[in-house]
Design a protein around this ligand. Sequence first.
Ligand code: GRF
Length: 193
Amino acid sequence: MNKPKLKIAVFASGYGSNFEAIAKACQSGEIKAQVVLMVCDKPTARVNSLADELGVERMTFSAKDYASKAEYEAEIVERCKALGVELICLAGYMRLVGETLMEAYEGRMINIHPSLLPSFAGKDAVERAMEWGVKVYGATIHYVDSTLDGGKIIAQQAIPYEGDSIDELMAVIHPLEHQLYIDTIKKLTKQTK
Ligand code: GRF
């Protein structure tokens, strides 16, 4: 009998290229998992229409409609549990995770960040790294804890780059992030390459 597919929720706030890569890899069968939910805190973000195009159920909310983080996270957890979500992948989700989500999914929630953590946690990581003149950039996937881009590292990939064009560098970092996320989910699901 076939093993049931791992159920994933992807959380995003913006463009959604990582969401797209993960969802398509699941739909094509490259990853033996299913993206059953996309959670977005920005109603106007591109990632919402992308979820609709890919036929992925979504929960789009505005934090300002809730009294507290605990309140909207309780709704997210309820939705995830109802769909049987086993792994949460944060991909450009621009909010710190609070206690409610942590209690429900600690150890089963991962994030991608465009730097070699623990260097350059937080916003504009690539821009800040370039201002420092770093010569090796990269991407990191880590478990989520309640700190900003903290949590134990699962996977990292380095990118040597000595130029000064953010656009040129981003054009390399994004596809690398997508592949790193796909490979990491495969490893976490014990699926070899
Ligand atoms: C990625 O660079 C990711 O590392 C960071 O936010 C960005 C999201 O990009 N956390 P996208 O929305 O997946 O295109």
